[in-house]
Design a protein around this ligand. Structure first.
Ligand code: NDP
Length: 364
C-alpha cells in the first residue's frame, strides 16, 4: 500500500522539483516568436532545459548510487506513477482552463474548452515561468528519468549482453531529449507554441502521455530477456534514427535562421531563397524545397530507428510509437496547411504549386 501511495505521488514530487530547479537555476533570457495578446510585444522566456535535465539525472544517479532508492524504482512503481501523472494532469488541466473564460473559447462552456484550452499563453511566478515551456520541460525530463529506470531494470534483470538493444535505444532517446532541450529556443517558433492553447491536450499530454507513452517500446521490451542485438541491426537503427534527425533538425534550424536572420546561408551553403509577396516570405530552398513538412518525415524516421534498436520487430506494441507520429502528424500537416493558406493567400498557392509534396518528397 505504501508503495502504491509513493508511486502515485512520485510524479507530483518530481514535477514540483522540476519547477523549483527551473526557477532557481540560471537561465537564458530570450525573446520568442509569439506576441503578447495584450501588449503586442514579443513574449520573453527563461530557458534552462539542459541544466534542469542534468540536475534531475544527477539526483536520480545520486539516489541510486547512495542506495537511497533502487536504480529501477520508477520502473517498479510505473503503474501507480502513471496513474498519479494522469490524475495530476487532469487537475492541472482544469486549473489551466477554468480561470480563462473569454480567452480563446470566447465564452464557450468549460466542457467545450477543456480539451483544446482557452489561453494561448500563461505565465506564472511574475513571468519567470512560461507554462507551455514548463510543460514540455516536464515531459522531456520525466521521459528521460523513466528511460533510465526502465533501462536499469533490464540491465539488473538480464545483464549487459542481453540489454544491448535497450542500451542503444536509451542512448538514442537521450540524444532526442537532449537535442530538444538544447534547441528549446528554436521550438519557440513551432506550431505548439504559436497555434495551440493550454488545455487538457497540452497539460495532460506533457504530464502523462509524453513521459509514459513515448517509451512504449521499452514497456514492451523491459520484461523480455532478448538476445544481443546483431551489429547490422544496431547500425540500421542508428542510421535510420540519424537520417530522421538530420531531416527534422535541419529543416527546423533552416526555418529558424530564416525567421531570425533572413539573409544568412544555412550551414554556410544553403542560400535562403524565398518566394515573396503581399508582405510575406516563404522559404523555398534546402529542406523546404523537397517537401512542405519534411521535418515530419524526420520525426517518423527517428521513431522508427528507436523501435528498430530494441530488436523486437515482431512486437506490435513497440511499433505504436512510430504509428503515433503518423496519426499525429498527418492531420497536423493538414491543419497547418489550412492555417498557412489563410495567412499567406496567393503566396501559399504558389509555394504549393512549386513544392507539391506534403511530407515525403516525390511520394506524398
Ligand atoms: P513546422 O516547423 O513545419 O512549422 C509550420 C509553420 O512554419 C507554419 O505554420 C508556418 O508558420 C511556417 N512555415 C511553413 N512553411 C514555411 C516556409 N516554406 N517558409 C517559412 N515558414 C514556413 O511544424 P511544427 O511546428 O508542427 O513542428 C516543429 C517540429 O516539431 C517538427 O520537426 C516536428 O516534427 C516536431 N514535432 C515533434 C513532436 C514530438 O512529439 N516529438 C510533436 C510535434 C511536432 P508561420 O506562419 O510562422 O510562417
Amino acid at each position: 500500500m505504501a508503495g502504491l501511495f509513493a508511486g502515485f505521488f512520485a510524479p507530483w514530487l518530481i514535477y514540483a522539483l522540476i519547477l523549483l530547479v527551473h526557477l532557481i537555476l540560471p537561465a537564458r533570457q530570450v525573446a520568442g516568436y509569439v506576441h503578447d495578446e495584450n501588449t503586442g510585444e514579443l513574449l520573453r522566456y527563461r530557458l534552462n532545459g539542459p541544466l534542469v535535465l542534468v540536475a534531475l539525472v544527477g539526483l536520480w544517479f545520486g539516489a541510486g548510487y547512495s542506495r537511497l532508492l533502487p536504480w529501477d524504482w520508477l520502473y517498479t512503481h510505473r503503474w501507480p506513477s502513471l496513474a498519479g501523472s494522469c490524475v495530476l494532469g487532469l487537475i492541472i488541466s482544469a486549473a489551466a482552463v477554468l480561470p480563462f473564460k473569454g480567452h480563446g473559447g470566447h465564452g464557450r462552456s468549460f466542457r467545450a474548452d477543456f480539451y483544446p484550452g482557452r489561453a494561448l499563453n500563461i505565465s506564472i511566478f511574475r513571468g519567470r515561468v512560461d507554462v507551455k515551456m514548463y510543460l514540455y520541460l516536464v515531459g522531456a525530463v520525466m521521459l528521460g528519468l523513466n528511460i533510465l529506470a526502465f533501462t536499469a531494470h533490464h540491465l539488473l534483470l538480464f545483464g549487459t549482453p542481453s540489454s544491448t538493444g535497450v542500451l542503444v535505444y536509451a542512448g538514442l532517446f537521450f540524444w532526442f531529449i537532449a537535442d530538444y532541450l538544447v534547441f528549446e529556443r528554436v521550438h519557440l517558433y513551432t506550431y505548439d507554441i504559436f497555434a495551440e492553447r493550454v488545455g487538457f491536450k497540452l497539460v495532460w499530454g506533457c504530464f502523462a502521455f509524453y513521459p509514459y507513452f513515448y517509451l512504449v517500446g521499452l514497456w514492451a521490451a523491459s520484461g523480455v530477456a532478448g538476445s544481443p542485438l546483431p551489429v547490422w541491426q544496431a547500425v540500421t537503427a542508428v542510421c535510420v534514427f540519424y537520417a530522421g534527425w538530420m531531416l527534422s533538425r535541419g529543416a527546423n534550424m533552416q526555418k529558424y535562421y530564416f525567421k531570425t536572420m533572413p539573409d544568412r546561408a544555412f550551414l554556410g551553403i544553403i542560400q535562403p531563397r524565398a518566394l515573396r509577396g503581399n508582405g510575406h516570405a516563404l522559404l523555398y530552398s534546402g529542406f523546404w524545397r523537397v517537401a512542405r513538412h519534411v521535418n515530419y518525415l524526420g520525426e517518423i524516421l527517428m521513431a522508427t530507428g528507436l523501435t528498430l534498436a530494441l530488436g523486437i520487430p515482431g512486437s506490435l506494441i513497440a511499433w505504436l510509437y512510430p504509428l503515433y507520429y503518423i496519426v499525429l502528424l498527418v492531420p497536423r500537416e493538414r491543419a497547418d496547411e489550412r492555417r498557412c493558406a489563410a495567412k499567406y493567400g496567393e503566396l501559399w498557392k504558389e509555394y504549393v504549386r512549386r513544392v507539391p509534396h506534403r511530407i515525403i518528397p516525390g511520394l506524398y
